[in-house]
Design a protein around this ligand. Structure first.
Ligand code: ADP
Length: 403
């Protein structure tokens, strides 16, 4: 089965084309500057080849139409015809309380995703644009929605309710939803397999540390808690977002003369590692390079690791112990220093990092804890697109079997 995976943003669409049990990547790439001047399609192949084309792309339909025309160009030898695309899997950010699993995107599902736009105004509308465009261009390929929030829907009320007036939940759905669910689900499944806890009781904490960062506590395969909340601002320190803060800070800044829109920009785009490093960088690599000479870069690194350490402790308490801890995402996969600093002092929880394995464990699947460690600590590269492709194949397969 050939599956096209799409992650549609407001002005760009990331894509992957996968084959045979989804494991084979045929090509991947990016359509950028949709609705702006200088539109472009970039395609990368697993053997390192790259193909780039430029054309102004008015909207998502024009952009996807153009991409598909490029994918069937005979000289690129990707697809003989569009009918070879068996299904399309879409990343959808918010499934609210409606979706705890991936779904076939029929009219009813599209209506629900549209209704949920109020909870994710920056994400669901462009996701929907990508879905509608695909429906028009590939009317015979089933479309599947894979939600960032779905894996976290097992959280009990005691984890997901904020201690604010109940009517805000009843009227507006104000609660903690959690995000990065596709990644947490992927690395949790791998961790359970690697640690031999596939079909056994398990207490697993998965840390996805990219530009956005979150950690999940997963008990026997079901999410018990996760650090992102009503929006992806809550929880860990991130590239440009602060994670947990005192909400009274907002009214304080309003009193100081800041506009609400300015404050939200400050919290979305100027905080986190970037804010702590006094504007130096939101990129952990840069901060680590400069941390010996620049005290703000060092501080950003320290606050990042300290917050993560606190969450690991909290989740070990919530789970009643820990069997496995996983590091993933660009920082989790790439930085031995972050993994080491985060786990330093957690020996009392049974977490013992093996320095050599940790230093050698970046960028690939690796066990980085000592043999004596009660908690197995892994680096597991995440692969959200592979997960979306697999979910899509599963749902389309179920439909075909039931026909
Ligand atoms: P996204 O969330 O956009 O998918 P990534 O998962 O690629 O982002 O993570 C980006 C972050 O990972 C950046 O802060 C980057 O500096 C960091 N990163 C990538 N490689 C390394 C590395 N080798 N060491 C430290 N940080 C790294």
């Amino acid at each position: 089965m050939k599956i096209l995976v799409l992650n549609s943003g407001s002005s760009s669409v990331k894509f992957q084309l996968r084959n045979s049990g989804c494991e084979e990547l045929i090509c991947k790439g990016l359509i950028e500057r949709i609705g702006e001047k200088g539109g472009a399609v970039h395609i990368k192949f697993p053997d390192g080849r790259q193909h780039d084309e430029e054309l102004d792309l008015e909207d998502h339909i024009k952009a996807l139409d153009y991409l598909l025309k490029v994918l069937v160009k005979p000289e690129l030898d990707i697809l003989g015809s569009l009918s070879e695309i068996d299904a399309v899997g879409h990343r959808v950010v918010h499934g609210g309380e409606s979706y705890s699993k991936s779904v076939l995107l029929n009219d009813e599902a599209l209506k629900t995703i549209d209704e949920l736009s109020g909870l994710a105004p920056l994400h669901n509308p462009p996701n929907l644009k990508g879905i509608l465009a695909c429906r028009e261009i590939l009317p015979n390929a089933p479309q599947v929605g894979v939600f960032d929030t779905a894996f976290h829907q097992t959280m009990p009320q005691s984890s997901f309710m904020y201690a604010i007036p109940r009517e805000l939940y009843d009227k507006f759905g104000v609660r903690r939803y959690g995000f990065h669910g596709t990644s947490h689900s992927f690395i949790h499944t791998r961790a359970r397999k690697l640690s031999g806890l596939d079909d056994k009781p398990s207490k697993i904490a998965t840390a996805h540390l990219g530009n956005g960062c979150s950690i999940a506590a997963v008990l026997n395969g079901e999410v018990l808690d996760t650090s992102m909340g009503f929006t992806p601002l809550e929880g860990l320190v991130m590239g440009t977002r602060p994670g947990d803060i005192d909400p009274a800070l907002i009214s304080f800044l309003v009193e100081k003369g800041y506009e609400l829109s300015e404050i939200m920009k400050l919290l979305q785009k100027k905080s986190g590692l970037l804010g702590l490093s006094n504007g130096l960088s939101n990129d952990m690599r840069t901060l680590l390079e400069k941390s010996e000479r620049d005290k703000n870069a060092r501080l950003a690194f320290e606050v990042f690791c300290y917050r993560l350490k606190k969450y690991i402790g909290a989740y070990a308490a919530a789970l009643g112990g820990l069997d496995v801890l996983v590091f993933s995402g660009g920082i989790g996969e790439g930085s031995a220093v972050v993994r080491n600093e985060t786990c330093r002092g957690l020996e009392f929880l049974g977490i013992e990092i093996d320095e050599e394995k940790n230093n050698d464990g970046s960028g690939k699947e690796a066990l980085i804890s000592k043999d004596s460690s009660n908690v197995k600590v892994y680096v597991i590269p995440t692969n959200e697109e592979l997960m979306i492709a697999k979910e899509t194949e599963l749902i389309v397969g179920d439909i075909q079997n039931s026909q």
